[in-house]
Design a protein around this ligand. Structure first.
Ligand SMILES: [Zn+2]
Length: 140
């Protein structure tokens, strides 16, 4: 990478970080999940964390779940003979930051299973994203 490319990359990271910090600054206000936001931040995180390598989830569901904030569900289509991945998110979160962290978290699982053909567990591959998350002010 040239000096100039490095500079551009750094500026991009700063820009995205600022945006994430700004949009998740209000931790007191509850956040209501929308498909629009899921799609919007999927694109942002895909660029910022996964070098645009991820294909979108095949399906997205917003539903009440017990015991988890979100999940990446792997399913198999008998008709098509292919695997597909469904993102499930809660209808609301304590705040927007929690929503963003949950989405990014589930995107790692998608990355593990589709790009790395990994189990998708919370293993060392999963936690290898910790420094990247930190860079954007997100907790993993
Ligand atoms: Zn997980």
């Amino acid at each position: 990478m040239t000096k100039k490319e490095e500079k551009i990359k750094k500026e991009k990271i700063i820009k995205i970080k600022k945006r994430i910090l700004k949009e998740s600054a209000n931790t007191k206000e509850n956040y209501k999940t929308t498909f629009k936001d899921i799609k919007k931040y999927f694109k942002i995180f895909n660029k910022a964390l996964f070098k645009d390598s991820l294909n979108p989830f095949n399906d997205i569901k917003i539903r009440k779940m017990n015991g988890c904030w979100g999940q990446c569900v792997e399913d198999y289509s008998l008709r098509k003979g292919t695997k597909f991945f469904c993102l499930e998110m809660q209808p609301s979160y304590h705040n927007k930051k929690e929503f963003l962290q949950t989405l990014a978290h589930e995107m790692i699982h998608l990355w593990q299973q589709t790009i790395k053909k990994d189990s998708g567990n919370h293993n060392s591959l999963f936690y290898s994203f910790r420094p990247k998350f930190k860079k954007y002010g997100l907790h993993l």
